[in-house]
Design a protein around this ligand. Structure first.
Ligand code: ADP
Ligand code: TRP
Length: 323
């Protein structure tokens, strides 16, 4: 099955990105045809510092590889290495109703958070539709917040196919219920834009400080507690075995357990789980030529597919190349 997903190079990845998306990317690599990319054109809607964009782009490639993405199984590439995707964005724009974009929640959210509303930010879902459709992707692993973008992609693909013939595959989102919305330090959805994230590659004092500052209620130690809405418990359950998770659930309900205990265990679990990946990332940082080669190779693989599909799109829309 053709799998595709992308992540914006707009900061360091966090546990929400990992459990909501990245872990599924890695799990889906084997036996499928995965395309994973760094959504640099999307990041340009908000990041206007070229040095920073370059640094973040390389950073995401390092993250992917350190977390277990295998370049022999998956094509890993940077969005700008397939410029055909911007051409498709224009063509799709011409079948995208304004009303569809005006309903986009993520645009409204970003403007509410103070981002300058440029046209790129408004047209963002059309570029995302082009990313998905240009590779005839069938399955798109993402977190819950991308559900609307996937619905828009399906709508846009349907409109194009209806007007110009069946060129595009209608993709399915792949969203796991258990990790659809990972909470951050303040209990809201973990997100770079809320500044409430725990980074995948955070360690030492910095990591400890973040875990200890996770917001909890003021139930006294001896009183029974409700695990269901408790951030330390929800994060712990992502990492601990089912048996251990059940034990903590029982300890919450029995009372006599302080939130400090569960946070301490959470810290250990994070350290154990991510230690090998941190080490791998440090190794890769010393060999950025390898990382650049991986991106180059992935870009060529992706571009071959994109060119072929664009040829069909151009023929279907009455825009054949004239030379
Ligand atoms: P952020 O909100 O921090 O900017 P991104 O928009 O870059 O994160 O998200 C990249 C991927 O990670 C997307 O597939 C998104 O759905 C997923 N994701 C981000 N935050 C969370 C979260 N808190 N819980 C689950 N998935 C998440
Ligand atoms: N909008 C996605 C995010 O913020 C990133 C993205 C861009 C994407 N193009 C995509 C995700 C295509 C899946 C498929 O996380």
């Amino acid at each position: 099955m053709r799998i595709l997903s992308g992540i914006q190079p707009s900061g360091r990845p966090h546990l929400g990105n990992y459990f909501g998306a990245l872990r599924q990317y890695i799990a889906l690599q084997t036996g499928n045809e995965p395309f994973y990319f760094i959504a640099s054109y999307h990041a340009l809607t908000a990041v206007h510092d070229p040095e920073l964009l370059r640094e973040y782009t390389l950073g995401v490639a390092l993250d992917f590889l350190a977390l277990g993405l295998d370049p022999n199984e998956s094509a890993l590439f940077a969005q700008q290495d397939v410029p055909e995707v911007t051409e498709l964005t224009w063509i799709l724009s011409c079948v995208t109703p304004m009303g569809l974009l005006e309903r986009a929640v993520s645009y409204k959210d970003k403007v509410a958070q103070g981002l300058t509303p440029n046209h790129g930010l408004f047209a963002y879902p059309v570029l995302q539709a082009a990313d998905i459709l240009i590779y005839l992707s069938e399955l798109v692993p993402v977190g819950q917040d991308q559900k609307q973008h996937l619905e828009m992609t399906r709508d846009i693909a349907g409109k194009f196919n209806q007007q110009f013939g069946e060129v595009f595959v209608i993709p399915e989102p792949y969203i796991l219920d258990s990790t659809a919305v990972v909470p951050g330090i303040d209990g809201r959805k973990m997100s770079k834009s809320y500044g409430n994230e725990i980074g995948i590659f955070d360690e030492g004092k910095d990591l400890k400080r973040k875990i200890m500052s996770i917001v909890t209620d003021s139930t006294p130690v001896e009183a029974p507690k409700d695990p269901s809405g408790s951030t330390p418990f929800l994060l712990l359950s992502l990492l601990a075995s089912p048996g251990e998770t059940a034990e903590w659930e029982a300890r919450y309900k029995a009372g006599g357990m302080g939130y400090g205990d569960v946070k301490k265990r959470l810290l250990e679990l994070i350290d154990d789980y991510f230690a090998p990946h941190r080490e791998r990332r440090r190794e890769l940082e010393r060999d950025t030529d390898y990382v650049t080669d991986v991106l180059k190779e992935g870009g060529l693989r992706a571009r071959t597919v994109a060119r072929e599909v664009m040829h069909r799109v151009r023929e279907a829309t009455g825009l054949p190349t004239t030379y």
